[in-house]
Design a protein around this ligand. Structure first.
Ligand SMILES: Nc1ncnc2c1ncn2[C@@H]1O[C@H](COP(=O)(O)OP(=O)(O)OP(=O)(O)O)[C@@H](O)[C@H]1O
Length: 315
């Protein structure tokens, strides 16, 4: 579906101040290669300024790269832009594709004409999205009066009305409350599973990634640092799993053979371990009477932050 080989994009930036008039070359994407198969959901992660948007702009045909070979569904995005955009949908959390002053229903109808969606197909899709995204209460409301969550739902419908095979999502849940976020995630999961829509998801919200993507790509300073399974990333770069134990009474000796003691305070003790939890749990419960026990997984935020800060993948 997506094939990117040695993508390179530079920006020429005019300097101000003393260096006024001179141009500086900013290499936003250096030598990025990846492929995405049809039906995949891939999380594209990286800190601010890493090169994510630049990559997406090349993939959508908005920018022409300075090097490399890029095809999406067999088309070169910036050369065959018209055919290309007819096959893709894009949602940018920070801005809307809806007409600001038009009721949502009219915006969607205009997009039907732009994308030449047959009337029957449009009706079917609109009915389906209205139900899945609960659009009904605000179909008559202009985009400018929508809440952020409503606007995102309307934008998702707008992006998918023409049955694109590929969906670019850029920060689709930014600024939304937990319920709204969950609704968006469930919808994306649905269109991927039921319609096989391929999704490239750019986000700083790792819950989006955990929920939707099995594969992640991490970019920093224009270079791809990681491309692989999310689970493997966790296993390789995440911290240890932990066992949080509340003993009936504070143990005289909290050390348990085979477990790393992380912290002990009164009856509550935290141990680190790796591998399956069954063995460590058996050892802890044999050590002293236990009132409560939870296994805590290393969280993805910490793993990714360590990768950004320490550049773990570069070594
Ligand atoms: N139009 C432009 N002109 C000059 N430099 C740019 C331009 N657009 C982006 N850049 C620079 O290119 C680099 C990559 O930017 P890009 O927007 O691709 O990052 P990003 O990973 O999407 O970041 P964010 O998470 O903040 O959106 C940054 O250093 C940015 O300042």
């Amino acid at each position: 579906m997506i094939d990117v080989q040695q993508l390179r994009k530079i920006y020429r930036v005019r300097s101000g101040g003393v260096l006024r008039g001179q141009t500086r070359v900013m290499e936003a994407v250096k030598d990025v290669s990846f492929t995405v198969q049809a039906g995949e959901v891939v999380g594209y992660l990286g800190p601010n300024g890493a090169g994510k948007s630049t990559t997406i702009k090349v993939l959508t045909g908005l920018l022409v790269p300075d090097g490399g070979v890029v095809t999406v569904g067999g088309l070169v995005p910036w050369r065959e832009r018209r055919r290309h955009v007819a096959r893709l949908g894009a949602v940018f959390g920070q801005r809307t594709t809806l007409w600001w002053d038009l009721p949502v229903r009219d915006s969607l109808d205009l997009l039907r004409h732009v994308y030449r969606v047959p009337a029957g197909r449009f009706r079917e899709n609109l009915a389906r999205f209205t139900e899945l995204l609960e659009l009904e209460p605000f179909l008559g409301t202009p985009a400018r009066s929508l809440s952020l969550g409503q606007r995102m739902r309307a934008d998702l419908a707008a992006a998918l009305l023409h049955d694109p095979a590929l969906l670019f999502l850029d920060e689709p849940t930014v600024g939304l409350d937990v319920v709204a976020r969950e609704r968006i995630r469930a919808f994306v999961e649905h269109v991927n599973r039921e319609q096989g829509v391929t999704v490239l998801l750019t986000t700083h919200d790792l819950m989006d990634v955990q929920r939707l993507a099995r594969r992640v790509m991490i970019i920093d300073h224009g270079t791809l640092l990681y491309d692989g399974a999310l689970a493997a990333l966790q296993q390789r770069y995440g911290g240890a799993r932990e066992l949080l134990v509340d003993f009936e009474t504070a143990p005289t000796c909290p050390d348990v053979p085979g477990l790393d003691l992380v912290h002990a305070e009164g009856a509550r003790v935290r141990y680190a371990f790796s591998g399956p939890a069954a063995g460590p749990i058996a050892r802890v419960t044999a050590h002293a009477p236990v009132r409560d026990l939870t296994v805590q997984e290393p969280d993805l935020d910490t793993t990714i932050r360590r990768i950004y800060e320490e550049g773990l993948l570069r070594v």
